[in-house]
Ligand binder design. Structure first.
Ligand code: SF4
Length: 377
């Protein structure tokens, strides 16, 4: 508990050299406290800031008597990815997604694989300026069916993400959030209200793990999952990164998958992905493929209809089977679609059962390519 208190109650005290009014975008979720501090209410960390301080995420800061966003309109870079890489397996399969992030994160995961941008305090990582309209226009021009807020958590750049989403929707482009779901209810409603799909990390099913490894708490993430599933507007998938010896026991995976089945229903897809030693966690081995297969079996036994493995070569564990008749609906090898047996509206071509998700006729043909690109402002 000591580590969390320390992280949550000790905002960065870096001054704001060069922070101009133009760079300080207004935010909505904050309150003045009676002791003179201003509290950010975007996420459960509730950073309480004196003048000149930044929050734990480093990109929301106090300026005057308000909390501002310091990264609005700036990105760490753009890339076109397969939608399967988010990962989303039931949302416009085979299509390309224009992906981007900014800087900063409201969690402190020791195993973060995007550490350079998520914890960046170097503004030169945000070399790319892009208005919401420019991002939407670029997605359209490049033939991307969606834009993803990813690489770092959109909770910390909420206002920018929501404006980009509005510009995308104007042009018929869908929006995707890749997030840890560590967000307070009002901010959550604003973020997910603008998203057509989301992949939410459920990092473990143990509050101790969240506190000591991610510097966060489990309960707000479960609340987010329940709220998004109940609201039903945003297509939801979940990812759990399995780390050897930390969150990969049969017991924990059993509790996690049973909770999903009971609280979210059996049709929410769950992705088990492999850990690779990174960031400040170099003392753990990579996750064996057998661990992911074991976790998938536990999920299916718990009643989940769709459980997948990721970051390993496992075509069987990455393909979608019909819960009704068992036939293969979508074959995959990594991010590549190898078979397609869905009829109209995502119905099984064999038994006619409707597959949960967002399907638009034939799959896209983007394949596994990854294509960096620049977006004009
Ligand atoms: S979004 Fe950032 S500033 Fe706001 S409470 Fe969370 S970590 Fe603190």
């Amino acid at each position: 508990m000591a580590a969390l208190r320390s992280a949550a109650s000790s905002p960065q005290t870096a001054p704001e050299p060069g922070l101009t009014a133009e760079e300080a975008h207004p935010t909505r979720f904050w309150q003045r406290l009676s002791d003179g501090r201003v509290q950010c209410d975007a996420c459960p960390r509730e950073c309480r800031l004196n003048e000149g301080q930044r929050g734990f995420c480093f990109v929301r800061a106090r300026l005057g008597d308000a909390i501002v966003l310091t990264t609005y309109g700036r990105s760490s870079g753009f890339c076109i990815d397969p939608i399967e890489k988010k990962p989303l397996d039931h949302f416009l399969p085979g299509t390309s997604v224009l992906s981007f992030g900014t800087a900063g994160c409201n969690l402190g995961c020791r195993f973060c694989q995007n550490w350079d941008i998520s914890k960046s305090r170097e503004w030169d990582t945000l070399a790319h300026s892009a208005s919401p309209e420019a991002i939407a226009r670029t997605a359209l021009k490049q033939g991307c069916r969606s834009v993803a807020f990813t690489y770092n958590d959109p909770v910390v750049f909420l206002e920018y993400a929501v404006d980009v989403a509005a510009a995308c929707h104007e042009l018929g482009i869908a929006t995707v959030a890749v997030t840890a779901g560590y967000v307070k209810p009002a901010a959550r409603a604003m973020l997910f209200g603008a998203m057509d799909a989301a992949n939410v990390d459920l990092k473990a099913f143990d509050d101790d793990f969240y506190r000591t490894v991610a510097f966060a708490r489990l309960a707000p993430v479960l609340e987010t999952l329940e709220a998004v599933a109940a609201e039903g507007r945003t297509w939801l998938e979940i990812t759990t990164l399995l780390i050897p010896g930390l969150n990969d026991s049969d017991d924990e995976i059993g509790r996690l998958t049973s909770w999903i089945a009971e609280h979210l229903g059996p049709d929410v897809p769950l992705h088990f992905t492999a850990f690779h030693p990174d960031n400040r966690m170099l003392d753990r081995p990579p996750t064996p493929a057998a661990t992911l297969s074991r976790a998938r079996s536990i999920a299916l036994a718990a009643g989940l209809h769709f459980a997948y493995t990721g970051n390993v070569h496992d075509p069987a564990g990455q393909s979608t089977a019909c819960p009704g008749c068992g036939s293969t609906l979508i074959g995959r090898d990594g991010y590549r679609i190898t078979a397609w047996h869905l009829a109209e509206h995502g119905r099984c071509a064999t038994c006619g059962r409707r597959t949960p998700g967002v399907f638009e006729g034939a799959p896209g043909t983007w394949g596994a390519r990854r294509q960096p690109l620049s977006v004009g402002s």
